[in-house]
Design a protein around this ligand. Structure first.
Ligand code: CA
Length: 235
């Protein structure tokens, strides 16, 4: 079951990193390794992990910054390794989106157990909890989307959307805390069968924004994340 799961281990203490890597490999996981912040982020892009074991204190930039950046393009589970109390406060107190943390020193056995527990959590369900759903409809600000009748209302005004515009809005409203890359939106809407210009997404989002704001939705309802893509504007 763990066969195809990929784990990215980010820890700059070589000996500890090697121990963690060998434990995960022994359990049948595919393991990648990074020793500093910047390479952790690029490796997570290059070879998307299911789980990231992420040390807080790292060269380059720290694990918290890694977490923040990775969250803009990935929903991998993140388990942080913390050394000191103030690090724990940071990891727990801020909302960069780590799923759990383990305090150093820990036994590799404990780390594996925590990792397995995280990987058993249904990610999809977590995302749904973030969306505001009642009466089977998605709600965001004054905008209501009904997936069954495929209708969108801003306040009491109905908005006439194309199939593509509707699909884009639905994906973003389902996971309003997520940031979606253009590639992710293309794959979700066109089913990965799109080989053309990736910025076609911008055109559809542009139309979608205009229709929503013409109907009275706030202008910033869908935000642009520079260099990444789009997401809902969080208040
Ligand atoms: Ca460290």
């Amino acid at each position: 079951m763990t066969k195809d799961l990929r784990v990215l281990v980010v820890e700059d203490e070589k000996e500890l990193a090697d121990v963690i890597v060998s434990y995960f490999e022994r359990e049948g996981y595919l393991v990648d390794q990074a020793f500093d912040g910047p390479s952790a982020v690029s490796l997570a892009r290059l070879s998307p992990p299911d789980l990231i074991i992420l040390d807080v204190m790292l060269p380059g930039f720290d694990g918290i910054e890694v977490c923040r950046q990775v969250r803009t393009f990935s929903d991998a589970y993140i388990l942080m390794l913390t050394a000191r109390d103030e690090e724990i406060d940071k990891v727990v107190g801020f909302a960069v989106g780590a799923d759990d943390y383990v305090v150093k020193p820990f036994s590799p056995r404990e780390l594996i157990a925590r990792a397995k527990a995280i990987l058993r959590r249904p990610r999809q369900q977590m995302l749904e909890q973030d969306a505001l759903i009642f009466d089977g409809q998605l709600h965001f600000d004054s905008t209501t989307l009904d997936p069954t009748s495929r209708t969108v209302m801003v306040g009491s005004k109905s908005v006439d959307l194309t199939r593509t515009e509707f699909d884009l809005l639905e994906i973003m409203m389902e996971s309003p805390k997520n940031v979606f890359s253009r590639r992710a939106l293309l794959e979700a809407v066109w089913g990965g069968e799109w080989y053309g210009e990736i910025h076609v997404v911008d055109v559809h989002v542009g139309h979608l924004r205009k229709k929503l704001s013409d109907a009275g939705a706030s202008l910033g309802l869908i935000r642009t994340i520079r260099g990444v893509g789009y997401g809902m504007e969080l208040k």
